[in-house]
Design a protein around this ligand. Structure first.
Ligand code: ADP
Ligand code: ZN
Ligand code: ZN
Length: 738
């Protein structure tokens, strides 16, 4: 009896047994397992045979875990050979165990959608235009009266050109068609093949620090390298040099970047340095484009893959180096489904492949810094700014008691004016979209609340409405208080739209550009919005966090942070760390070239000890102080956390479920084990989207202890009575507290 063990995209933490169908050409035996493990097949699932799922064969066995008479046959074998390598398989298994997530769902996260849907993917043939033999024998006089055609033909005689290259050379399709009619040019289709890549020379000489870092760095064997250096210190140059070495050795390179961090400038820089196949993978691409990039990587055609979080799963047979840019960025952690951290998976993958991984950041996470300082990671530092860059002045501006105009002080407004008068650009940073975060009745104090969440509705003016930023519930903007019928409704606080309105009134002659999630929904909106800025016009930018990643604005010399206090007062134990990272990243936008920069940070706590340390002694000292605090409180990186979250319409159901989880955790952790359980406790926002949310926190100062406990206890959570009534999840190494 031959049984197929299959991982299916369902939340149950187990695999499923099926019988083969007649499509297997070779005889199946446990001995030739490797020919089939990793093939996709389609199976009937659940009661009746109606629902079909695509799964992946994970083993071939002779004994079933269930009564054989109950087993169903698979309905279709999709792949004749394994779709993915053993290495890919192992990485997914590791993620499944470590993050306590069903293997079938891990595959579902790791593979492009087309493959998950059971489709086959192939590469679109590349179209090339080429000169014919006749064209090569043409006399010099030919095409005398068709200069454009002659010029185009000369290019084609030189070498065949792709559509993109033709476009770059401004050769029109009509010209090519004319040449084709005269039998001088032909269109050929060719499947992309790997071509040997080459590296263009570095346009400047490396700084002494950069050279030293590179001397120290090695592509040989596994090592995690922390490359610490402020924005503009030359980290990307180190990445380019490391990639150059890797691809010259015939290897591939994988570069992970934060979401929305891939600016056209970055791609242009890679393209300028490498004559190589560079593919990108990001959320702006459609399923076909993603599948194509994935396949090029898997076939070894792509030399360099640049992508966001999920690209960590891209199969790359000759992978030689992994780079994580802005390793501290929160977007590397997935916050739902498989709650993985791509940075940590990168380290695991590099270790399995025995290759180096580089983590770059101006503001490394405390976890990473701790690893670097304790010698587990290699620490490379870039401290100096390249010569032509000038210093940035930081002004911690005390706004206590000052009149604020839509959040901005008189001084800040004056500085903005001065900057525009100098023909330069400024950025006003406010990490809150919409017009104002709350609407209140001036007469009776009524506040517009979301009916689904414990949250206030945000006032929006473009277009006018009230919106909950937690569940997206929308209501028309009220004109009258529903409680006392007074028309005196006022908004409280400041969002990007309010600052935009103020700046448009104050500076009507200059572009005022608001960049937040609401203005960047459409494809290419980002590039269009930022056009005046890239053209160098004096202009004002207003933006949330999405504006501070990856962009480089040469004429931007002033940054105003409207409110630095919110983050410092946050309840999350990582609040201060995150605030510092954002502040430094925003500050790094000012004065990146010859022009010197200024950063104004409006705060009610200019003497806050952490702000002082951050701006007087720098991030490193700041991090040391925070690390001491974490050590005293036994918080990460001095302990390891996991969180079980549960939510339901009826709060009792979630609490009961978590109480049972806690009992099970208690039961599985031996009396001596070093484990601390906390909860069930309500989440900071207890009600969200009509659900009541609670959590249990598990903490241990020993990672293996925590892992062992999760591995033995979590499977039992699936058997807790009533577990189907609650939505629950396990979050290992959580980045945001509930
Ligand atoms: P980071 O990635 O740390 O922000 P980059 O590598 O992008 O820094 O460098 C910042 C700027 O300095 C870029 O415009 C880059 O072209 C330039 N640059 C980097 N290294 C050098 C160097 N050795 N000499 C001159 N310019 C450099
Ligand atoms: Zn009222
Ligand atoms: Zn809501």
């Amino acid at each position: 009896m031959i049984i197929l063990q299959i991982a299916l995209p369902v939340p149950l933490r187990r695999t499923f047994d099926y019988l083969p169908n007649g499509e297997f050409k070779t005889d199946l035996t446990p001995a030739n397992r490797s020919e089939f493990i990793g093939c996709r097949c389609e199976v009937p699932f659940g009661k009746g045979n109606g629902r079909k799922l695509v799964g992946i064969i994970t083993d071939i066995k002779t004994e079933a875990s269930l009564d054989i008479s109950k087993l169903k046959h698979i309905t279709r074998l999709i792949d004749q050979s394994p779709l993915v390598s053993t290495h890919f398989f192992e990485l997914c298994m590791w993620a499944s165990t470590y993050y306590q997530h069903a293997l079938g769902e891990v595959f579902d996260t790791a593979l492009p959608k087309k493959l998950r849907q059971g489709e086959q993917i192939t590469l679109t043939p590349q179209i090339l235009w080429s000169a014919t033999t006749e064209a090569r024998g043409l006399s010099d006089n030919a095409l005398k009266n068709a200069r454009t055609q002659k010029a185009a033909l000369n290019h084609l005689i030189n070498r065949s050109l792709s559509l993109a290259e033709l476009k770059d050379l401004c050769i029109k399709n009509t010209t090519l068609k004319e040449l084709e009619k005269k039998n001088l040019a032909v269109k050929i289709e060719q499947t992309p093949k790997p071509t040997p890549p080459s590296v263009n020379p570095t346009p400047y000489s490396l700084s002494q620090e950069q050279s030293q870092a590179l001397e120290h760095f090695s592509l040989q064997g596994f090592n995690t390298w922390l490359l610490e250096g402020s924005t503009g210190s030359g980290k990307t140059e180190i990445y380019l040099q490391a990639i150059a070495q890797a691809i010259s050795n015939g290897n591939q390179a994988l570069v992970l970047i934060p979401e929305i961090g891939l600016s056209p400038q970055t791609i242009a820089r890679f393209n300028a340095r490498f004559n190589a196949e560079i593919v990108t993978l990001n959320s702006a691409m459609n399923d076909t484009e993603r599948a194509e990039s994935w396949l090029k990587a898997k076939l070894g055609i792509a030399d360099i893959v640049i992508g966001t979080r999920s690209s960590i799963f891209t199969p790359m047979p000759r992978l030689g180096v992994i780079i994580i840019d802005e390793e501290h960025d929160l977007s590397f952690k997935q916050q739902d489904g498989l709650r993985y951290n791509a940075r940590d998976l990168a380290i695991v993958r590099a270790q399995k492949l025995n290759i180096p991984v580089i983590l770059g950041s101006a503001t490394p996470t405390l976890e990473t810094l701790h690893n670097a300082r304790s010698g587990r990671f290699q620490h490379l530092k870039l401290t100096a700014k390249p010569k032509h860059q000038s210093e940035t002045v930081i002004d911690l501006q005390d706004v206590c008691g000052k009149t604020l105009y839509q959040g901005l002080s008189q001084e800040s407004l004056a500085e903005l004016k001065h900057t525009l008068d100098q023909g330069q650009q400024a950025l006003v940073f406010i990490n809150r979209r919409g017009f104002a975060p709350a609407l209140i009745c001036h007469h009776c104090g009524w506040v517009a609340k979301c009916g689904n969440c414990d949250a206030n509705m945000t006032v929006h003016h473009h277009p006018h409405h009230l919106r909950c930023h937690h569940c997206d519930h929308q209501k028309p903007l009220l004109r009258q208080c529903p409680s006392c019928f007074s028309p005196e409704l006022t908004d409280i606080g400041t969002g990007t739209e309010k600052v935009e309105q103020l700046l448009q009134q104050q500076f009507p002659d200059h572009p005022v550009i608001r960049v937040d999630r609401d203005t960047t929904q459409r494809k290419n909106a980002f590039a269009q919005l930022l056009e005046p800025v890239y053209e160098g016009q004096p202009s004002l930018l207003i933006g949330t966090q999405m504006l501070v990643k990856g962009h480089h604005f040469p004429k931007l010399t002033l940054v105003v942070v409207v409110d630095a206090d919110g983050g410092l007062l946050s309840g999350d134990f990582r609040g201060t760390e995150r605030t510092a990272q954002i502040l430094l990243q925003v500050a790094g936008r000012a004065g990146r070239e010859e022009l010197s920069g200024k950063v104004i940070i409006q705060t009610h706590h200019p003497d806050h000890p952490l702000l002082e340390t951050l701006f007087q002694s720098g991030y490193s000292q700041f991090a040391s102080e925070l690390l001491e605090e974490r050590q005293l409180t036994e918080m990460p990186p001095f302990s390891y956390l996991a969180i079980v979250r549960a939510e339901s319409r009826n709060p009792q159901e979630a609490i009961q479920f978590l109480t049972s989880c806690r009992e099970s955790l208690n039961h599985h952790s031996s009396a001596t084990a070093n484990v601390h359980l906390l909860g069930p406790l309500p989440a900071a926002m207890e009600r969200k989207n009509q659900n009541y949310r609670f959590f249990v926190q598990i903490k241990s100062t020993n990672r293996p202890t925590l892992q062992a406990l999760l591995c033995s206890a979590v499977p039992s959570f699936e058997k807790i009575p009533g577990n189907a009534k609650v939505r629950w999840s396990v979050d290992v190494d959580p980045q945001e507290m509930p």
